[in-house]
Design a protein around this ligand. Structure first.
Ligand SMILES: Cc1ncc(COP(=O)(O)O)c(C=O)c1O
Length: 429
């Protein structure tokens, strides 16, 4: 093995369980696997869990974090807002630093609040301000349905027909991925009609990662506001939102951020948009000046940070499990995780090509995070059913896509090797 194990090249020897085990032994991040609960097979073994792009595994320490707040509730009742080691009135602030580090933002620019689609709407309320000339929103070609419903409804809300207002990127011949030239060309083509560009940083279906900085530059050049949905990037990619000059972003935390089902989402607002008097925003009391919030006055005084977008007092138990996971990200470091992730996903792709090139095509390009989008040449649903039955958890998207993700925080090389060997076994019929 080389000095930096994540630059180990793949050779004939890599197609063995011994190689996978050696890599796991040498992995400097291996201790994090034990921090998670793995669902068990009927035989009492860990499932081969490859669905972290959908719902991340439960950090073991989430029990303690949530219990701590249940205990505070039992012990203090309403006074828990001000007592205990983590008073609830400040609780979302315990996430701020970790979120800022994770997405490459300033602390003033991020907030943990609501859920993803809610945050998308809140951001569009502020940043989609169409005029008769500039009214279009650019989205991905295969947008997650909720994002499409959100932008369509926003266009309608402002009196526009989504058929005219919503522009989709044009995929290449595979029908899934988009070339960079085509993205930049589409931005140029719609130019001064584009109000907002709202793409994923990583497409939910193809796993393709976009060059955020280039898209922001191209968008700003034509006068558009540029936002990203980080559902598949937060906790997966090494992000630099502030330096890339992204205007706004939002993400969920139940996928790569392991906060549990329905976990709280995040939002980012570039500091240049904070403190603007004329920015339209839907408002609630948790966005109001903390000093005077409990004076219960009738007039809204926005906080000078992304917290101004916060509406309600937040759900503490959801924040508690998110805190547990963010502590792990702080310990592991997103740059280190991405380095391992690139190698682990590279191993996955290499093994598939080595063993199953005639059966499975990897659709995801090299510009990606940890997820691979796999196209099965025959009966994908039958393959999927067999995998689930064998305790190998991936997901299936109509009509033919199977998504599988080795998550560097808790998956290892042995998982990847076993998954590919299982597929090879199935391929024999
Ligand atoms: C890209 C993308 N957008 C939106 C959503 C919807 O998220 P939520 O139900 O948390 O609003 C998801 C959920 O998987 C997603 O992957």
């Amino acid at each position: 093995m080389s000095q930096n194990i994540f630059s180990t090249p793949f050779t004939a020897e890599s197609n063995t369980i011994d190689f996978a085990k050696k890599m796991d032994q040498a992995d400097p991040l291996k201790k994090f696997r034990d921090e998670f609960h793995f669902p068990q097979t009927a035989k009492g073994e860990n499932q081969l869990y490859f669905a972290g792009h959908s719902l991340g595994l439960m950090p073991k320490r989430a029990h303690a974090f949530v219990n701590q707040e249940l205990n505070s509730w039992a012990k203090y009742g309403v006074e828990g807002h001000f007592l205990g080691s983590h008073p609830w009135v400040h609780y979302h602030e315990f996430i701020t630093e970790s979120f800022a580090r994770l997405v490459g933002a300033k602390k003033s620019e991020v907030i943990a609040m609501n859920t993803l689609t809610v945050n998308l709407h809140l951001m569009l309320v502020s940043f989609y301000r169409p005029t008769q000339k500039r009214f279009k929103i650019l989205i991905e070609n295969n947008t997650f349905p909720s994002d499409k419903y959100a932008v369509d409804s926003q266009a309608r809300f402002h009196g526009f027909d989504p058929k005219q207002a919503i522009v989709e990127l044009k995929p290449g011949v595979d029908g899934l991925t988009v070339s960079e030239e085509s993205i930049l060309e589409t931005i140029k083509q719609h130019g001064d009609e584009l109000a907002v560009i709202m793409l994923g940083d990583c497409n939910y279906l193809s796993g393709q990662k976009f060059d955020m900085k280039k898209i922001v530059e191209a968008g700003h050049k034509v006068g558009a506001v540029v936002g990203f949905n980080l559902a598949h990037g937060a906790g997966n990619l090494h992000l630099t939102l502030h330096d890339d000059n992204v205007d706004f972003a939002m993400w969920c935390s139940y996928k790569y951020l392991n906060s549990g089902p329905g976990g709280l989402a995040g939002a980012y607002v570039n500091e240049k948009h904070l403190n603007k008097k004329d920015i339209p925003r839907f408002e609630g009391w948790w966005g109001h000046n903390k000093e005077s919030r409990f004076k219960m006055g009738p007039d809204f005084e926005p906080l000078p940070t992304a917290e101004a977008w916060q509406l309600s007092n937040p759900p503490i138990f959801q924040l508690a499990s998110l805190r547990a996971s963010m502590e792990l990200f702080d310990e592991a470091g997103i740059k280190n995780l991405r380095e391992k992730g690139d190698h682990l996903t590279g191993y996955f792709e290499w093994l598939l090509k080595e063993n199953l090139a005639d059966t499975i095509e990897v659709v995801t390009p090299k510009s990606r995070g940890s997820m691979l989008c796999l196209k099965f040449k025959t009966s994908p649903k039958a393959w999927f059913d067999k995998m689930i039955h064998a305790g190998c958890i991936v997901d299936f998207r109509e009509p033919y896509i199977i998504r599988a993700t080795p998550v560097p925080l808790y998956n290892n090389y042995e998982d990847v090797f076993k998954l590919v060997m299982l597929l090879k076994e199935f391929s024999k019929g």
